[in-house]
Design a protein around this ligand. Structure first.
Ligand code: SF4
Length: 324
């Protein structure tokens, strides 16, 4: 299977430069591996607005009276909000497209979740619900892109979701250029089981749009499809719906398998349900049967191969995968 190479904007301190405020660099094995299969565009917004390395920390401060969020360096009392806003806007709008973002967690510039918000320069934490200024701008300009932090990508369920969304949307971006109905039909067919795992109702909606019984213009069909497609990836699929899809695919082989093989599969699905193995394990088993029984329809299914196989992690026991 040939995959489109997605473009990802990534925090530069995640393996590309020692630009963290303390002078650190964070080397992460998964990001290293990912670099072979995506186009990374590293950026350090704090360096870009003229801060050096090492540098005094900066923080998000909420002005009580105006309810405004400011980016302040307490040591110098410098207000960096405008510089950061201007840089972020200019940088992010330079691209034709961005498929995803990987942000450094806990950063008042890059963090996309749970960032400390202070009430003043003297250290009172108001809440931990803030978003870094650069990350906020990225989410405003690219609200449907795949977004994660390096920390959350340790969770294999979140990582699978991030990669599935990233590669599926990047592939759609490619077929959208030509806007041909036959490409859309092929795309929809290939992703049927993946979409079923995410949302059965939206899968049906996408099916109706693709069937185009009202003979809409191709351009309109594509834009209706894109809107629903983006909605399907709003959150990771539930365990229940993934098990439903595993069962559907298993149904293709049920009559061909021995009693022991059936038991083996059911045991693995139960282990997956109990969070003892990750999804790659039952999928691996199904893939072996797909090859053995040569079911070409399933070979093409993205649920079985949602992203390059080198990025599949079989090693994790699944115990760190929170049920979200
Ligand atoms: S978190 Fe963002 S701003 Fe901070 S060092 Fe890393 S890339 Fe630069």
């Amino acid at each position: 299977m040939e995959f489109v190479r997605p473009k990802i904007v990534i925090s530069k301190c995640l393996g590309f430069a020692a630009c963290y405020y303390s002078g650190q660099i964070f080397n992460i094995e998964f990001i290293d591996k990912l670099s072979e299969f995506v186009e990374f565009r590293p950026v350090c917004p704090e360096l870009e607005i003229g801060l050096g390395v090492p540098r005094p920390t900066i923080r998000i401060v909420k002005d009580k009276d105006k309810e405004e969020i400011r980016l302040i360096q307490p040591k110098t009392k410098e207000d960096l909000t405008k510089k950061m806003d201007d840089f972020s806007e200019k940088f992010l709008k330079e691209f034709d497209y961005i498929d995803g973002f990987i942000f450094k967690s806990r950063s008042p510039s890059c963090g996309f979740k749970n960032i400390k918000v202070y009430s003043d320069l003297n250290g009172m934490v108001l809440n931990k619900d803030g978003v870094g200024l650069f990350a906020q701008k990225a989410m405003n300009i690219y609200p449907k892109a795949a977004i994660e932090s390096e920390g959350r990508l340790n969770n294999l369920r979140l990582r699978d979701h991030f990669l599935s969304k990233l590669y599926t949307l990047a592939e759609f971006r490619k077929i959208k250029k030509m806007r041909r109905m036959k490409d859309l039909v092929k795309y929809h067919t290939r992703h049927k089981y993946l979409f079923m795992a995410y949302d059965q109702d939206l899968l049906n909606e996408l099916g109706k749009i693709t069937a185009n019984h009202d003979n809409k213009k191709v351009q309109e069909v594509y834009s209706l499809y894109e809107k629903q497609l983006q909605d399907i990836f709003l959150k990771p699929p539930s365990y229940k719906s993934i098990i439903n899809v595993l069962s559907h695919i298993y149904g293709y082989f049920k009559d061909k398998l021995s009693k022991n093989e059936k038991k083996f599969f059911i045991d693995i699905v139960e282990k997956y349900r109990d969070n003892k193995v990750n999804l790659a394990v039952p999928i691996h088993l199904l893939r072996a049967w797909i090859i053995e029984y040569d079911v070409s329809y399933l070979k093409e299914q993205s649920f079985i191969n949602p992203f390059p196989k080198e990025l599949v992690d079989l090693t994790d026991s699944g115990k760190n995968n929170d049920r979200l």
